[in-house]
Design a protein around this ligand. Structure first.
Ligand SMILES: Nc1ncnc2c1ncn2[C@@H]1O[C@H](COP(=O)(O)OP(=O)(O)O)[C@@H](O)[C@H]1O
Ligand SMILES: [Mg+2]
Length: 305
């Protein structure tokens, strides 16, 4: 069963002077249980709108949603104790310590105090728990926000752009934390417009463009399904190797000091044999990696913003 299931989700925002902005135009998603799921799309593609719909903060114009089996429009109460979320920056009292902030939240949510030490430990803030939040780095503040979302020990964590505004060190801290949580069996759903973040953090990815999902699946599958990757071969005599391959009906070109062969990586042996038969010996042969950046660009028609 999918932890989050979305079918044909649509959201129109009415414009002040008439007309409407179509933020979601028939979105489908299936988020499997466990691991980190990346919801990747350029700015304005509808990520925050989706998260708000999922959390029952706004009503969609049409379509179906299920969060842990419940419809957030009518049944959110049933599952909200099992869902932790951060949309935009979580509100904390800057003059209070992390522990004090968590104590206040725990009281509001009726959660045992013992849980506070556990979440501080999880986000690696135990040593700094007595410091005022206003002296925290952005990465620490973000981890504290995640600690707050973890208080009720949710099965599903939904975070809208958790890496936003963080410096590289902060991004790394948050990434390691999210990977750890995903590895412990929680389902972590994060949105991001930063490709490298998703590549390094997520197991599954959905790519969003103009309010629609244009690709979804395991990160590796999404990459391999998009474009036939080629082979890079190193040979001493490049022009001779090129002529030989072309003579065998194989498309290739010289790029820098290597040969780019337009064949799937599985055909590497064939390339080696053809060249060796012509007395040209391959010193290195490797599959070209299809990078997520290219896929993202091809699918969304926009560079990463
Ligand atoms: N409250 C709102 N009122 C009107 N338009 C909105 C509102 N929120 C978002 N939009 C528009 O909906 C589209 C999707 O926005 P959003 O969901 O915030 O995208 P993302 O989070 O991917 O950047 C954008 O065109 C945005 O301008
Ligand atoms: Mg957003």
């Amino acid at each position: 069963m999918s932890v989050i299931e979305v079918r044909g989700l649509r959201k129109d925002y009415r414009r002040l002077r008439g007309g409407k902005t179509v933020a979601l135009s028939g979105l489908d998603l299936d988020v499997p249980a466990g691991g980190v799921y990346g919801f990747l799309g350029p700015n304005g593609s509808g990520k925050t709108t989706t998260v708000r719909c999922l959390l029952g903060l706004i009503s969609p114009t049409g379509g179906e949603m299920r969060l842990l089996g419940a419809d957030p429009r009518s049944d959110l109460r049933k599952v909200i104790a099992r869902v932790g979320a951060i949309v935009e920056t979580p509100a904390m009292f800057p003059g209070f310590s992390a522990r004090r902030n968590l104590e206040i939240l725990a009281r509001i949510e009726d959660i045992e105090k013992t849980r506070i030490d556990e979440v501080l430990e999880t986000v690696d803030l135990r040593d700094r728990a007595k410091d005022r939040v206003k002296n925290y780095s952005l990465g620490m503040k973000q981890r504290l926000g995640i600690a707050a979302a973890l208080l009720k020990d949710p099965e599903l964590l939904i975070l809208d752009e958790p890496a936003n505004g963080l410096d590289p060190a902060g991004i790394k801290e948050v990434r390691e934390l999210l990977r750890r949580l995903g590895g412990e069996g929680k389902t972590v759903f994060i949105s991001s417009h930063i490709l490298s973040e998703v590549r390094q953090t997520c197991d599954h990815v959905a790519i969003l463009a103009r309010g629609r999902c244009v690709a979804e699946g395991a990160v590796a599958d999404v990459l391999s399904s998009q474009r036939a990757a080629g082979i890079t071969a190193r040979v001493g005599d490049l022009p001779a190797a090129l002529t030989t391959l072309e003579g065998a009906g194989i498309e290739a070109r010289i790029e820098d000091d290597a040969l780019k062969v337009a064949l799937p990586p599985l055909e590497g042996a064939r390339v080696t044999k053809i060249l060796a038969d012509a007395g040209l010996y391959v010193s290195e042969l490797r599959p070209d990696e299809v990078d997520l950046e290219t896929v993202f660009l091809e699918l969304t028609g926009e560079p990463e913003s």
